[in-house]
Design a protein around this ligand. Structure first.
Ligand code: FEO
Length: 172
């Protein structure tokens, strides 16, 4: 049976994952409406992944006999100035999420909850990838500068991203 404080912090993470999905949907809508359909696609898939994360953590709480707690999902800040601004905020947000995940790992260890520790390790690794891919795009945008044809190429590149359920091949 999962301890209450672990169940609570995991429930907060479910909320944070849905907040992330909302944030990326806001960004995706901004990109779509400013003509960057590829960027919009990348962010839309990012939002889908966040919803999959939230659902996966929710299932873990139930599987361990816990009671998921629900709270309002905050409305993310909608003001976005440019595509570069979007990706600066993606990087900052993923760094913030890494902190949340690390905190769960720390609490799980402190509570001797090896099942949750093992579960959350998937997210520790995922965050390495999340930060790396966001940083890679931000670096490309820095390199592109004011070159519109290179920016167009990046948009085409990001249109190729497709959603694959990250948990389709795992038992948990
Ligand atoms: Fe659920 Fe972007 O990490």
């Amino acid at each position: 049976m999962i301890k209450e404080n672990i169940s609570k912090v995991l429930s907060e993470q479910v909320n944070a994952e849905y907040y992330s999905a909302y944030l990326y949907l806001i960004m995706s809508a901004y990109a779509d409406r400013t003509g960057f359909k590829g960027v919009a696609n990348w962010l839309f898939i990012q939002a889908q992944e966040e919803m999959a994360h939230g659902t996966h953590i929710y299932q873990h709480i139930l599987e361990r006999g816990g009671a998921p707690a629900f709270a309002d999902v905050k409305t993310p800040e909608a003001a976005l100035g440019s595509i570069k601004d979007v990706f600066k905020k993606v990087v900052a947000h993923e760094e913030y999420v890494t902190g949340l995940i690390n905190n769960i790992a720390t609490i799980a260890l402190k509570e001797n909850d090896h099942a949750t520790y093992n579960f959350i390790m998937w997210y520790v690794n995922e965050q390495i990838e999340e930060e790396a891919s966001a940083n890679e795009i931000l670096n490309k945008i820095d390199f592109i500068g004011d070159n519109l044809s290179l920016l167009y190429n990046l948009d085409v590149e990001l249109s190729a991203r497709v959603f694959t359920d990250p948990f389709s091949n795992t038992a948990d």
